[in-house]
Design a protein around this ligand. Structure first.
Ligand code: SF4
Length: 258
């Protein structure tokens, strides 16, 4: 990513004066068209995920499994070993029931000791998108809440609006903290917000998200929530599921089988 914040503001000013022949969107956006689809691309109307908490817990208990986290962070050049919880960059991580579902009904206290994999919920009614002043975050046609890193001006309104803590901010240049940079996915720069993208770039190639592929326990089920015949819909239909903070009305697309 070569554009700096200064470049962005300068170019935005030039656009407002009509000095750019290209609109800002064309000049800066890395929208869904950035991932040109192969014929074998996976297509959906509203991608979603089910997390089978018990399957995940059994694997974690067996070998402290973090396969999904490792696969995601490698695939997306997520920096590691940045010191301090505030500066940590996370796309998918594990947390406790208490943190994932604060204030949930006392009848679920039997879940207290289980690990919960959490990520961006790709909400159907995402507050993060509404507050973004530059449309750097937007909902793609398949329901994925995307980030256009080039458009992000680092105001962090989206982080304040997300009730799930699903977004991270690059307080420093992340590149020195990436063990091995993959050229297939863009690195970010200081001052940019990032988060899970449901592996939109992999879907465009016909591949499932990296976390789903990596999960040997088959605890992550990904698919089209709009398709009643999809596996994810079947799992949700046949099991008892909960979602995070449904009372806020964001309509998360990630379900937890408990
Ligand atoms: Fe936005 Fe947070 Fe919902 Fe993700 S989980 S779509 S970042 S509000």
């Amino acid at each position: 990513m070569k554009n700096t914040r200064r470049d962005f503001l300068k170019a935005a000013g030039l656009c407002s004066l009509g000095l750019f022949s290209k609109p800002v969107k064309d000049a800066f956006a890395q929208d869904e068209s950035a991932y040109s689809r192969r014929p074998e691309a996976l297509v959906g109307k509203r991608w979603g995920m089910a997390v089978d908490v018990k399957k995940c817990a059994e694997k974690v208990e067996k070998d402290q499994c973090k396969d999904c986290i490792a696969a995601c962070h490698v695939a997306h050049n997520v920096p590691t070993n940045i010191e301090g919880p505030k500066e940590e960059i996370k796309w998918i991580w594990r947390t406790t029931y208490e943190h994932a579902f604060p204030g949930l009904d006392a009848k679920y206290t039997h879940l207290e000791d289980l690990p919960f994999v959490v990520l961006c919920n790709h909400c159907d009614n995402p507050p993060c998108v509404r507050v973004c002043p530059t449309k750097a975050t937007f909902v793609a046609k398949d329901g994925i809440v995307m980030m256009d890193f080039h458009r992000c001006i680092g105001c962090r309104y989206c982080m304040a609006a997300c009730p799930f803590g699903s977004r991270s901010f690059n307080f420093k240049d992340p590149r020195p903290f990436i063990p091995e940079i993959r050229t297939e996915f863009p690195t970010r720069m200081r001052g940019v917000v990032e988060k899970c993208n449901f592996c939109a770039e992999r879907l465009a190639e016909g591949l499932l998200p990296a976390c789903v592929d990596a999960c040997k326990a088959k605890a992550l089920i990904f698919g089209d929530l709009a398709d009643p015949d999809s596996e994810v819909r079947q799992v949700i239909r046949e099991n008892y599921t909960i979602r995070r903070k449904v009372y806020l009305g964001t309509q998360p697309s990630v379900f937890y089988v408990i």
